[in-house]
Write a protein that binds this ligand. Structure first.
Ligand code: 6GU
Length: 239
């Protein structure tokens, strides 16, 4: 899986791509990330990437030519189909289903927008999907781009230790995670639930399932509508 990130802040990406799961995925060659400075595709001698909005108003708007040229340059160097994403608060809100959809692509180009805006013609000319990461304001699309790369990379086969880990995750079945514990058994009077020490795997599995459902009901009842529940579980929730 190849990601190409188009940004006016290329230095933003150094450290996050070296750490943890992303760092390992790159090291193993499971994903590959190219960072491209939009500025390098500007046409004037000052390498301008933004300008004031037509019609007036505050803030600056990212110019169309440098972005379109950058996308075309990257697309030209790829053999297989490429999906182009623009990060913007006006996009579809990222969720596990969209991440899974994006993980089906072999090439993703992510254009990092800035909050004030991107010339509308960029969307008409080169963007396949506009993506937001939630209803709050960020200064730019660099962190959203990293969020997308992280969420998608975890779904690339071979990235997680066993393929179980991604399947067991929160959201893959539409439920929140159950409570987790590790040593010590007792800390400041707080103890690990007995059942987790019982060694009875079936009972533990049932307890975790119940706790997941309980937690989802308390914190994110909206998720339960789409969750994969048995008839028995659905009845239990109604009581
Ligand atoms: Cl994708 N961009 C910006 N600038 N702010 C956001 C966002 C994206 N998603 C949530 N807030």
């Amino acid at each position: 899986m190849r990601f190409d990130i188009l940004t006016i802040f290329p230095d933003f990406f150094g450290s996050p791509l070296k750490q943890s799961i992303l760092g390992k995925a790159i090291e193993k060659g499971l994903i590959d990330v190219g960072i491209h400075n939009i500025r390098d595709f500007a046409l004037d001698k000052h390498n301008t990437t933004d300008d004031s909005p037509y019609g007036g108003g505050d803030g600056m708007v990212m110019k169309v030519e440098p972005i379109v040229r950058a996308v075309e340059a990257v697309k030209g160097s790829r053999k297989s189909e490429v999906k182009v994403i623009l990060t913007t608060p006006q996009g579809r809100q990222l969720n596990q289903q969209i991440a899974a959809e994006l993980a089906q692509s072999s090439n993703l180009i992510i254009i990092c927008g800035r909050y004030e805006g991107v010339d509308e013609r960029v969307k008409e000319l080169v963007v396949d999907m506009e993506v937001s990461i939630g209803d709050y304001v960020l200064g730019g699309g660099e962190i959203p781009a990293l969020v997308i790369v992280d969420a998608v990379t975890r779904l690339v086969p071979g990235v997680l230790g066993s393929d179980m880990s991604a399947r067991d995750d929160s959201f893959s079945e539409g439920l929140l995670e159950y409570p987790q514990y590790t040593r010590p058994e007792s800390f400041r009077g707080l103890t690990v639930p007995d059942i987790l020490l019982s060694g009875n795997h079936q009972k533990i599995k049932n307890w975790r399932r119940r706790e997941s459902i309980k937690r989802t009901l308390e914190r994110r009842p909206d998720l339960l509508e789409k969750a994969q529940l048995t008839e028995e579980e659905k009845k239990a929730i109604k009581n």
